[in-house]
Design a protein around this ligand. Structure first.
Ligand code: NAI
Ligand code: HPV
Length: 602
């Protein structure tokens, strides 16, 4: 079972007489004010993460496209949103605009740092990276601010692989140098004698989507291809006739090295003085990945020392590089201005891929290309839909039962299900319970993106437990129980025998219901708001409370009573559509048989 972080602080726990329950909840005759609510569909937008409710007025969301995006993508966005295509913004202009935007689409040139999320003041809900590399987006800041980051990981793979091959062939045959020479009026056939590719060893560093397409094409050119990738499965490499080798073996045996790993702290400057020294003399290097994976000064030294015969670079640590960059000006270096993804086809594909992902995310759907959120498949999502609402409502109820100042640090969630443990994905449920607990007591916006982070920040530990039931695993869950430990409660009845605030719920006919409070069984649908009352069980109670509410024009949607035994203590759960006034609540509290009561807003 997963647990979200540690940091358990203990606060005073009040031992309260637990009320044992001896009978199941009894549905009482309905007083005149009662109306049974019709079964409603649960709005999908509530389920997830990033809904375009930022404007709060049902207006179209605004998408800022900050770098050139294919027309097909812009058109797709325009069907759903106000689209502001503003290219070449300065960082200051971006920060000013962003507070009016629900989504931002960038390519590789825009730095989306913490300042962007701060400047958005909570409105920015999605960052779409129209391409693969997300090294220009501060993912931890995005996660912290609950902003989903999606990318377009597949549409430019072939373009990048083709550009890698193009650079390798152009470099080997001095195409760009010879071209410049001829255009300047020279005709130097001996100066530009190249090297052949056939029979040479190519080391593909990073055997992902682009790397494996480069490998496939290089095999077709008659090269021997090896690859280094600590995370790639060997059988995928073998399937296209490539051997996975160690980093050092790749460096020491390759005639050509082609880089295709992402820029991360682990890959930053992985080609440096030390690693160049391990290479075969006369090696040729292609970089269509990210400039930062090479120490560029070290590459100039390796070129000058003759270790590296040639390099072909599409990407640079700083883009554009300085005009007088020794590397760019080096006569044995071929350069292009980050053109790997720049084909008509790839740009069209990327634009559509990112526009669909951003629109989906703004619609509250789970994006399959989410970079900073767990992916939950559409099928799992559809099945869990009512349970997701239940989870949030239980969290919301539980936290409202805590007496102010207690500080919620320990949350225990128990899922009872006939499904095998690994057949129930609880990440979404856990996130929604976290949302339910944190949102009523703070101004933090919690979603699937930042739920675990936010819990951790607040020192809240969420432990999850599974109870595997006998029976049919048809429905994913029977009950969800949320317990808050080490807290005091403003409604002592909500404390379990072991002293935790405890609420339990289940889904009935697609509608989430509260079925247990502390040790008392109740049955009330989780819509609107709830009044919980502990009273001495006696005739006329339901009528008395019902008429107080009816007189104040508060519509009652549901009532249920759970009791220990006839004429002993009972808990009445009353679902109300409207917020009762203070006077109305006071009148309920003044009923002699009422021992304690609480109003809970859902
Ligand atoms: N120049 C351009 O216009 C383009 C550049 N790119 C760059 O190419 C990179 C690769 O793109 P894809 O193949 O689509 O990504 P990918 O995620 O499919 O592949 C990356 C591979 O690198 C591997 N890797 C991670 N750390 C490594 C390490 N330390 N050593 C060796 N391998 C490591 C991963 O296991 C993965 O297999 C992107 O991150 C992006 O930076 C991608 C498209 C266009
Ligand atoms: O997809 C990538 O990672 C790329 O590097 C492509 O960058 P671009 O979208 O052309 O700025």
């Amino acid at each position: 079972m997963s647990a979200v972080t540690a940091a358990v602080t203990s606060s005073a726990k009040v031992a309260v007489n637990p009320h044992k329950i001896s009978s199941l909840s009894s549905r009482s005759p309905l007083p005149s004010a009662i109306s049974i609510r019709s079964k409603r569909d649960i709005p999908l937008k509530r389920l997830i993460l990033v809904t375009c409710t930022a404007t709060g007025d049902g207006a179209k969301p605004t998408v800022l496209v900050a770098e050139k995006l294919g027309e097909a993508g812009v058109q797709l966005l325009e069907k759903f949103a106000n689209v502001d295509c503003s290219y070449n913004l300065t960082p200051e202009e971006l920060n000013t605009k962003i507070s009016l935007c629900d989504a931002l689409i960038v390519r590789s040139a825009t730095k989306v740092g913490r300042d962007v999320f701060e400047s958005s003041r909570g409105r920015l809900k999605v960052v779409g990276r129209a391409g693969v590399g997300i090294d220009n987006v501060d993912l931890s800041a995005a996660t912290e601010f609950g902003c989903l980051v999606v990318n377009a990981p597949t549409a430019n793979t072939i373009a990048a692989a083709e550009h890698g091959i193009a650079l390798m062939a152009a470099m080997a045959r001095n195409v760009s140098q010879a071209d410049a020479s001829v255009k300047s009026g020279e005709w130097k056939r001996n100066k530009y004698v190249g090297v052949s590719l056939v029979g040479k060893t190519l080391a593909v560093m990073g055997f992902g989507k682009v790397g494996s397409e480069v490998a496939r094409r290089a095999k077709g050119l008659g090269m021997r291809v090896i690859a280094h990738d600590p995370y790639a499965p060997a059988d995928r490499a073998h399937a296209i006739g490539v051997d996975l080798v160690s980093f050092d073996e790749a460096l020491s045996t390759a005639d050509f090295i082609s880089l295709h790993m992402p820029l991360t702290p682990a890959t930053s400057k992985m080609l440096n003085d030390e690693t160049f020294a391990k290479m075969k003399k006369g090696v040729r290097i292609v970089n269509v990945a990210r400039g930062g994976v090479i120490d560029e000064d070290a590459l100039v030294r390796a070129l000058d020392a003759g270790i590296v015969a040639q390099a072909a670079l599409d990407v640079f640590t700083k883009e554009p590089p300085a005009k007088d960059s020794k590397l760019v000006q080096h006569e044995r270096v071929t350069v292009t201005p980050h053109l790997g993804a720049s084909t008509m086809e790839a740009q069209e594909g990327v634009a559509i891929e990112i526009a669909e992902a951003v629109v989906g995310a703004l619609n509250g759907e789970l994006a399959s290309t989410a970079v900073n959120a767990p992916m939950v498949s559409a099928e799992v999502l559809a099945e869990l839909k009512p349970y997701v609402v239940l989870a949030e409502q239980l969290g919301r109820l539980a936290v409202q039962l805590v007496a102010g100042g207690s500080g919620v640090k320990n949350v225990k969630v128990t899922y009872a299900s006939a499904r095998a443990t690994d057949e129930l994905d609880t990440r979404l449920l856990r996130a929604m319970i976290t949302k339910g607990i944190i949102e009523p007591i703070s101004d933090v916006y919690v979603n699937l993106v930042n739920a675990d982070y936010t819990a951790k920040q607040r020192g809240m530990r969420i432990s999850e437990e599974r109870v595997v039931l006998d029976g049919s695993p048809e429905s994913p869950l029977e009950t969800i129980t949320v317990q808050l430990g080490n807290v005091e409660s403003k409604f002592a009845t909500a404390l379990s025998e072991s002293g935790e605030v405890k609420v339990e719920g289940r889904v009935k006919d697609g509608i989430p219901h509260l079925t247990k409070v502390g040790s008392f069984e109740v049955d009330v649908s989780l819509e609107g708001s709830i009044i919980l009352c502990r009273q001495v069980d006696q005739p006329g109670m339901i009528g008395t409370v019902g008429s107080i509410l009816g007189e104040s024009n508060v519509n009652v949607s549901f009532m249920s009573v759970g009791r220990i035994a006839p004429r002993k203590q009972a808990v009445m759960a009353i679902g109300v559509d409207d917020m009762p006034s203070k006077e109305t609540l006071k009148k309920i509290g003044e009923i002699p048989a009422v021992e304690e009561f609480v109003f809970l807003k859902l």
